[in-house]
Write a protein that binds this ligand. Structure first.
Ligand code: GZL
Length: 336
């Protein structure tokens, strides 16, 4: 009988490891724990399974670094981390792996807004609470997650448009090039909606080019090169849904022979150090901050959920905005 039990335990352990390995993306256990049981965590500790979008931008890396501090902030909490490499199927596999490991909480930063109902229902059936982080989901049953923690992307788009209106006035004649974020993400959808709603009364503002750069520097540069090739002499403003695409676009503008921040007014979102350095050098004009340092807030809301406390349905992160005149002063304060 004893042999049978040992064999069963070994088999279930091998099965868990196999599922973890097969979940696409890359999964690591980040914890201060020495040993851990077959369920993926030591008996005394609680475990958060975090399914991350990917590693596509400076903002994303800063968010990952912040969330990975959780086991240090609270030694009673282990973290299992999965990098989805910007693919929804990898994130879904990671969530299933977390369910199989019987984690105590699942945190999901969803690469896109829809397609989560089935796997979140599996988490609900397994009685594992879910926290949505950073980007939002649209699901048919709101009970599939406990709360949302992150920024108001629509507000960020509004702020970006308002900076342009404050600079040029509502009646100016402006040709705008837009570098969109990942298509279908609420970061892209929200920012675009907020921006477009804010400029709708500016009759002479025209978005003459708009294409996704998928939130990366390389794609942002590539798409900006194409914009410049077709309409370089018409573009007055670049509106980039994140700093990394704007960093790539600045390179493209300089290689095209124009002065970023002077010939083309640039506004972007996030607040990474590299963008502040470009703005301090006069190569960009405004940054709308989107705070990636969500680790402490995720820890707090997870502990409240595990303690059976009521949590707010939506917890907004704190953020600001900066103009070129603010860059040099703010740069030393940037943590990412
Ligand atoms: C926004 C976040 C976005 C950032 C990008 O909250 O989801 O994704 O703005 C990142 O840098 O890729």
């Amino acid at each position: 009988m004893k042999f049978k039990k040992m064999f069963a335990l070994m088999a279930s352990t091998v099965l868990c490891v196999g599922m973890l390995a097969g979940c696409g993306g890359s999964t690591t256990a980040t914890s201060s724990a020495a040993g851990s049981t077959a369920s993926g965590s030591s008996s005394a500790k609680k475990v958060i399974g975090f399914a991350q979008v990917g590693a596509e931008s400076g903002w994303r890396t800063a968010e990952t670094d912040s969330i990975k501090t959780i086991p240090t902030l609270d030694p009673n909490i282990d973290l299992k981390f999965s990098d989805g490499q910007q693919k929804q199927e990898n994130q879904i596999k990671a969530i299933r792996s977390f369910i199989a490991q019987k984690v105590d909480i699942i945190a999901l930063d969803p690469v896109v807004e829809t397609g989560w109902d089935t796997v979140l229902k599996e988490a609900k059936d397994a009685k594992i609470p879910v926290v949505i982080v950073d980007r939002k989901v649209t699901v048919s049953d709101e009970s599939l997650y406990k709360c949302f923690l992150g920024s108001d992307m629509v507000e960020e788009g509004k702020k970006a448009a308002q900076v342009i209106i404050d600079k040029f006035g509502k009646d100016a004649q402006l040709n705008i090039a837009e570098l969109q974020g990942t298509v279908g993400s609420t970061a892209m959808v929200g920012r675009q909606q907020g921006f477009n709603d804010t400029i709708k009364d500016c009759k002479n503002y025209k978005i003459i080019k708009s294409q996704t750069g998928d939130f990366t520097r390389a794609k942002g540069k590539e798409v900006m090169e194409a914009f410049l090739k077709s309409d370089g002499d018409k573009i007055n403003v670049l509106w980039a849904h994140n700093d990394d695409m704007a960093v790539g676009a600045v390179q493209a503008i300089e290689e095209y022979g124009k002065k970023p921040g002077q010939d083309i007014f640039i506004v972007s979102v996030d607040g990474i150090k590299d963008m502040f350095e470009l703005m301090a050098a006069g190569k960009s004009n405004a940054i709308i901050e989107c705070n990636p340092l969500l680790g402490p807030q995720l820890l707090e809301v997870s502990k409240n959920i595990l303690d059976g406390k009521e949590v707010e349905r939506s917890i907004k992160s704190k953020e600001s905005q900066f103009l070129q005149k603010d860059a040099a002063t703010e740069l030393p304060n940037r943590k990412y």
